[in-house]
Design a protein around this ligand. Structure first.
Ligand code: AMP
Length: 115
């Protein structure tokens, strides 16, 4: 856990409401500023700053992150209509919270390319 990380506080139950999903490896919760009817963040419980800092030993965790997002898409009713997973990385990627996360966006037709 990183002391000043808001997502670490959410993992520890010290900020926000009850998560949408949590197990010993990952946590999912609604984005505070939703960009689509469904906007969920899926994060590793372990503090990893961004995908740049992920290591080979994290490969099972990263797989679990994706599979959890897919399960939540199913659970939240957007699997058939489609959805998007986004991982903003670094300044040009638009990352604003420095704890690795997947945005799960769905519930509307998303445009491409992103801005
Ligand atoms: P990014 O800009 O890709 O790093 O995404 C960070 C996301 O975290 C943004 O979509 C924010 O709206 C969201 N966010 C920031 N603080 C919180 C919070 N306390 N609870 C839920 N979502 C948050």
């Amino acid at each position: 856990m990183s002391q000043n990380c808001i997502f670490c506080k959410i993992v520890a139950g010290k900020s926000g409401g009850p998560p949408l999903y949590q197990d010993e490896h990952v946590t999912a919760f609604k984005d505070i500023n939703p960009q689509a009817p469904l906007h969920v963040l899926v994060i590793p419980n372990k503090h990893i700053v961004s995908l740049n800092e992920a290591e080979a030993e994290d490969r099972v965790l990263l797989g679990h992150l994706f599979l959890t997002a897919a399960k939540l898409a199913q659970q939240e009713g957007v699997a058939a209509s489609g959805y998007r997973l986004v991982t903003n990385t670094g300044p040009n990627g638009g990352q604003s919270v420095f704890h690795l996360h997947l945005h799960l966006l769905g519930g509307r037709r998303l445009t491409w390319p992103p801005g």
